[in-house]
Design a protein around this ligand. Structure first.
Ligand code: G3P
Ligand code: CA
Length: 236
């Protein structure tokens, strides 16, 4: 079972920062999951929430702030004062940081409260500029966003992210018309039958978010392919 560091090693360092990604690599994660949004000037930046209020010393919606404005803020101190120099990373900075390490990147496309029309293209531009195609899985709760991305890049690996049980999940997947690489369900809704069905279709199962060893081991036994966790050391 692959370990996918959720927002980086977010148990140990402020989520979605270079410090958290560095920690995930040091701790031996197979992949890093991060959340991407567009700044006001259309730069892909890494932040889970639509606003910077919770994870920085600033306030406001990312889509109302330029990169220069959002970069002024401290994205580390809310977690611990030793991280006071962490700023919001751009996707570009993350790819530069990861470089040639063997790590895989799970890029979650975050839309809302506005739906930027060009998020998918802007993300692809950065990925291609750095030759990361093939090292990325794109996921989103917004399946139209995944569809747009798949149309722009038919080779892209697409992970279908969902909160709730979906009725006739695999019929739904067929109806999207997207060539799905993996499903990313909330772990509460995963059972042996779902894994069996996915396996028959050559679709991987990556579950979120599990931070408890006993639960992680149960899913490992069940045959889950990837565990999205805040703690890359969970199985050690
Ligand atoms: O990729 C799974 C997980 O990150 C989805 O939930 O809210 O943490 O982005 P969230
Ligand atoms: Ca996420």
């Amino acid at each position: 079972m692959k370990i996918i560091a959720h927002r980086g090693a977010s148990t140990y360092a402020p989520e979605n920062t270079i410090a958290a990604f560095k920690k995930a690599i040091e701790q031996g994660a197979d992949a890093i999951e991060l959340d991407v949004r567009l700044s006001k000037d259309n730069i892909p930046v890494i932040c889970h929430d639509a606003t910077i209020n919770r994870t920085s010393n600033g306030k406001g919606y990312i889509h109302n702030l330029t990169l220069k404005e959002v970069k002024k803020h401290d994205f580390g101190s809310y977690f611990h004062k030793k991280y006071k120099n962490e700023t919001i990373p751009t996707l570009e900075e993350v790819l530069q940081f990861i470089g040639n390490t063997p790590i895989i990147l799970h890029i979650e496309l975050k839309n809302g409260p506005i739906i930027p029309e060009n998020l998918e293209q802007k993300v692809l531009d950065v990925v291609y500029r750095h030759n990361f195609q093939g090292r990325v899985v794109y996921s989103s709760f917004d399946h139209l966003s995944l569809k747009r991305l798949a149309m722009l890049d038919p080779q892209a690996k697409i992970g279908l992210l969902f909160h709730m049980n979906l009725i006739h999940l695999f019929d739904y997947i067929s109806n999207t018309g997207i060539n799905i690489h993996s499903i990313h369900p909330n772990h509460f809704y995963v059972d042996k039958e779902m894994i069996h069905q996915a396996r028959n279709r050559n679709v991987e199962v990556n579950i979120y978010t599990v931070n408890n060893l006993k639960i992680a081991l149960e899913y490992k036994k069940m045959g889950v392919d990837g565990l999205i966790t805040n703690d890359p050391l969970i199985l050690t």
